[in-house]
Design a protein around this ligand. Structure first.
Ligand code: ADE
Length: 240
């Protein structure tokens, strides 16, 4: 393995939204659940150990997984407070764009910056604040080594892709759209914690087939691809 591929993060905390996305990885890494009192967030693995994982937990009213930016912020904050990671790794599923060459099951490592696409605030200073533009660790050579794609991750709180968001995503140069990364990257930026995102494609939002149907059809496949990629990635993150 060429040395230049490896990084030197002794402790990584993986931040994930949904139980179904995380379960294959929790089992593969044999992480045991830990108490996380007072918040819906679920914590797995020894907080002092090299790899921990948090999920957003469930909404007490509807019983579904907490997804989107508010729970992601809470989970990222808890991850940093409890685990004190050297790297936050946001792993999850995403929508891709067929016209940009994405396919179902592709796994992307974040490149450049992570941005929001649905926080349109046309006021001085707030426009940039709304978009975010949070930096990520350069993982170009890791991606090449693992045969993964790289791309810009764009975050919003909806699964669909209306024209107004499509325009913002085009301005963001987005390769994948999802619902947590920019919130986690914001917490990473205010705590000076390095951050990387890894996203597996469940749906292609520029095809006529509704993304929600594609998502349901492809969630298990994409989650398995994600678990494979993260399992290969983790040793390289602490190999330096
Ligand atoms: N996660 C998986 N597919 C998505 C999509 N189309 N939009 C937002 N988040 C997603």
């Amino acid at each position: 393995m060429p040395y230049y591929c490896a990084m030197n993060y002794a402790k990584t905390t993986i931040v994930m939204a949904m139980e179904a996305e995380a379960r294959p990885l929790i089992e593969r890494l044999e992480l045991k659940q830990q108490p996380a009192p007072g918040v819906p967030v679920e914590l797995y693995g020894d907080p002092g150990g090299p790899v921990t994982l948090v999920t957003n937990g469930r909404d007490p009213v509807t019983g579904v997984d907490n997804i989107g930016t508010q729970p992601a912020t809470l989970a990222a904050w808890l991850a940093i407070e409890r685990c004190k990671p050297d790297l936050l790794l946001n792993a999850g599923t995403a929508g891709g764009f067929a016209e940009r060459g994405a396919a179902i099951g592709d796994v992307f490592l974040s490149a450049g910056a992570i941005r929001f696409h649905d926080r349109r605030i046309p006021l001085p200073g707030f426009r940039e604040y709304g978009i975010g533009n949070y930096p990520v660790v350069d993982a170009t050579s890791l991606a090449a080594r693992l045969g993964l794609k790289t791309g810009v991750v764009s975050t919003g709180n909806s699964l669909d892709c209306p024209p107004v968001d499509a325009k913002s995503m085009q301005a963001n140069d987005a390769d994948v759209k999802e619902m947590e990364a920019a919130a986690i990257a914001w917490v990473a930026s205010i705590t000076a914690t390095p951050m990387l995102a890894v996203k597996a494609v469940t749906d292609l939002v520029d095809l006529p087939h509704p993304p929600e149907e594609q998502f349901v059809e492809n969630l298990a496949l994409a989650s398995a691809c994600l678990a494979d990629a993260v399992t290969e990635l983790l040793p390289l993150l602490r190999a330096g």
